[in-house]
Ligand binder design. Structure first.
Ligand SMILES: [Zn+2]
Ligand SMILES: [Zn+2]
Length: 242
């Protein structure tokens, strides 16, 4: 499966990642990606950057070394109502928003509470991607989650890093199998994300491709296959996509 973009990547600005934007872009180009999204952690992640980092995104050109750059953020879901830690003034600077559950930012609750947290976040009109809903530390009701994703037109992420030994997430393979079955049945689209915390992981989707093949997942539901797939996840459409 040919994949055109990776919208989940981190730079040193996140405080616990090790690549620069330049390195990430070069890696994206080397892997044949046409589009790279940079999505550092929002303010509640310990050690991450400041709001001005995001509001100043205009400093980044639209294209570097033949790779189109999209400017995003990985927000933290902060409570079971789904509040995310992005101030209103930041949204105009962003092309897209990912929201995820992270251990330093929210205590895991019951399956119902964790699911309500993500569903609540989906009501934010800027939020179009739920990051790594695949972790045993945050049990989820995948039936409810996929219903809400379908209704709110939010795309669920299949996160490549979750399968790796460096990830703290637990049982991603088993959880993703359940998630993917529901997505398949209800025709809910997914997005593959590397969640690279170092340049060499940018554009790595091996684990994702393996599980998609394993469960015979319909490729039409993978948004990364077509440029137009971006229309499902971006808040503003760049000229080159129109
Ligand atoms: Zn991180
Ligand atoms: Zn994350």
């Amino acid at each position: 499966m040919k994949l055109l973009f990776d919208l989940h990547s981190h730079t040193v600005a996140s405080g616990h990642a090790y690549g620069t934007l330049k390195e990430n872009v070069e890696e994206a180009a080397a892997k044949g990606l046409k589009i790279l999204g940079t999505s550092d952690h929002a303010i509640s992640m310990p050690g991450t950057t400041n709001p001005i980092f995001f509001t100043n995104y205009r400093a980044i050109p639209e294209e570097i070394q033949g790779v189109k750059i999209l400017k995003g953020i990985e927000a933290n879901v902060m409570d079971y109502q789904g509040t995310i830690d992005v101030e209103e003034k930041i949204y105009p600077a962003l092309d897209y928003v990912i929201a995820s559950l992270h251990v330093p930012c929210i205590k895991s609750g019951s399956k119902e509470e964790n699911t309500s947290a993500l569903i609540g976040a989906m009501k934010n009109p800027y939020l179009k991607i739920i990051g790594h809903p695949d972790d045993n530390r945050y049990p989820l009701d995948y039936d409810r989650l996929t219903d809400a994703a379908k209704e709110q037109e939010v795309v669920l992420e299949l996160n490549n890093s979750s399968f790796g030994p460096a990830s703290g997430r637990q049982n991603a393979w088993e959880n993703d199998l359940v998630l993917l079955e529901y997505c398949k049945k209800k025709e809910v689209p997914i997005i593959l994300g590397s969640d690279a915390h170092i340049f060499c992981d940018v554009g790595c989707f091996e684990g994702c491709l393996k599980i998609l093949e394993y469960c015979d997942f319909p490729k039409e539901l993978v948004v990364n296959r077509k440029k137009k797939g971006l229309l499902k996840v971006l808040n503003r459409v760049p000229e080159w996509l129109q």
